[in-house]
Ligand binder design. Structure first.
Ligand code: PHE
Length: 360
């Protein structure tokens, strides 16, 4: 058979030159595929006279075997090379020290919310929540603050935009957590004992005010709740929160549309050497507003004021966080400065509990 030498040389060269799997497969098909050059030659054997076939048959078979072996060897070499390349690219020095992730901490506000929740939970208060975008009715009307009431101006309210043509009162960013009183009573009725920690908003910004801050609302409604219960609950709270044995509270007559009577509550303290001491000294520090829930508020929430009464209070969380942990500037709370957080923040696993200790 003619040209076998040329065929052999050409295909062995093609195999050696194939740069990848696909090129190699193309060479195999061209030579040994169903219509491959060598396959065609083998088919021609049938038409030869026996003497010629005696010579050509074994020669072709030998060539086919040789080529298959060459393909196999080349395929293995290519796979090795690919592996080598990947190993070289993906090596990892496992003896290097692990890279440290930037470590965040629990924000003091979150920590204090957990502390407050733990203390009130121990006194039988559940946690209630409400939306930060609140209806005008929940934030004001239901709390006995009608549209023309001056308290509406005092609250420096952020109003949500309305669609053109909508003349209903716009929703507001809630200016206090008191609307949660309405929602909780409307949902669960009386008796009820809840606290509602959360974000509130007022258009105000200076060293001691930020447009967003945090409050915790307290509400206890039953058949015979009085101011005496309010006083005990707040004293108990302050003792646990400030982690002191003795506290003294002063109730100052005040006015809120949603409580009657109303009182602002001051805590006896001293500021010796810039260091706050709770329970002693000659200073008083205002910590919250409170009072007996107004009958109109109970009615608005669907609770019969002839049958039920109780107290409510609202306390600034940021402020009591600053007091307890000696944090001087409120605005730093919301600047997301990691250095500040590392200094004032808490380890994620330090969950405050009354048994384990609140702040440690
Ligand atoms: N909502 C009042 C405020 O934001 C606080 C308060 C709550 C007063 C409940 C009395 C009763 O200032």
């Amino acid at each position: 058979m003619d040209g076998l030498g040329e065929l052999r040389a050409r295909y062995l060269e093609a195999v050696a030159g194939a740069a990848d799997e696909a090129a190699l497969e193309a060479v195999r098909l061209a030579a040994l595929g169903r219509k491959g050059e060598i396959s065609l030659r083998m088919r021609e054997l049938g038409g030869m006279d026996p003497a010629a076939r005696q010579v050509a048959g074994p020669a072709l078979n030998a060539l086919k075997d040789e080529l298959e072996a060459a393909l196999k060897a080349r395929r293995a070499a290519l796979a090795d090379a690919a592996l080598e390349e990947r190993l070289a690219a993906e090596w990892l020095d496992v003896t290097l020290p692990a890279r440290r992730r930037p470590a965040g901490t629990v924000h003091p506000v979150s920590q204090v919310m957990e502390e407050v929740t733990a203390i009130f939970a121990d006194m039988g208060f559940a946690v209630a929540e409400g939306p930060q975008i609140e209806s005008d009715w929940h934030n004001f009307d239901a709390l006995n603050i009608p549209p023309e009431h001056p308290a509406r101006q005092e609250h420096d309210t952020f109003f949500m935009a309305r669609l053109p043509g909508d003349d209903r009162p716009p929703h507001v960013l809630r200016t206090h957590t008191s609307p949660v009183q309405i929602r909780a009573m409307a949902e669960h009725g009386a008796p009820i004992r809840v606290i509602a920690p959360g974000r509130v908003y007022r258009m105000d910004m200076d060293q001691t005010h930020t447009p967003m801050f945090h409050q915790v609302e307290g509400l206890a409604i039953d058949r015979d709740i009085s101011m005496a219960h309010l006083k005990w609950v707040l004293e108990e709270f302050c003792r646990a929160y400030f982690e002191v044995d003795h506290v003294e509270l002063r109730f100052r007559a005040s006015h809120f549309p949603f409580t009657e009577p109303s009182a602002e509550v001051d805590l006896r303290c001293s500021w010796e050497g810039g260091q706050l001491k709770v329970g002693e000294g000659e200073s008083w520090m205002e910590i919250l507003g409170s009072g007996m829930v107004h009958p109109k508020v109970l009615s608005a929430a669907g609770v019969d004021p002839a049958e039920w009464q109780g107290f409510a209070f609202g306390m600034g969380i940021d402020r009591i966080a600053m007091l307890k942990y000696g944090i001087p500037d409120l605005r730093a709370f919301f600047e997301s400065d990691l250095r500040w957080l590392r200094h004032y923040g808490f380890a994620a696993l330090d969950m405050p509990t009354l048994s384990g200790g609140l702040s440690r």
